[in-house]
Write a protein that binds this ligand. Sequence first.
Ligand code: MN3
Length: 199
Amino acid sequence: MTFELPKLDYAYNALEPHIDARTMEIHLTKHHAAYIKNLNTAITGSNLEGKSIDSILSDISKAPVVVRNNGGGYYNHNLFWKVMSPIGGGKPTGDLADAINKTFGSFEIFKDEFSKAAATRFGSGWAWLVKTRNGLQVSSTPNQDNPLMDVTEIKGIPILGLDVWEHAYYLNYQNRRPDYIAAFWNIINWTEVASRFKS
Ligand code: MN3
């Protein structure tokens, strides 16, 4: 079994004006596709062939760096496409809202903390909302690392992720990463995040 490029649940232009169609198309068909091609090449014929991506990432310290980078890239973008929606935005409800309020004090405080993690990640990486053994936590990771990896400081299940590599925003926002981060809040698919929180 090899890993495959997912289909988006929405059109390339569906997230405009927050993320433009050309960025979405290049991000999926060039960047995400390249991670998958490189991942498949790296694991074919190795002891990782046939393993699930979750299983590979949980033991990533023993894998070659090419698997860490491209396996992370494969997983992270799968999550990223799902946690965005043209009818997203607003605030979470239900158990997830309760957990956010309990952990951070309010949705606004959480929003500030997550935005700060995304804005201050130096160079390329991701900001995360993570379901850890001790409850929710905001974190950020470099490159294509993520909270499922055994090499990561804050481990758990990523339930929301924001790609802050320049390829995710440069065409539309150039160097204005904070504007891209602010726009992300208008397209977060809280239904999807809540379902990942429950699982
Ligand atoms: Mn990316």
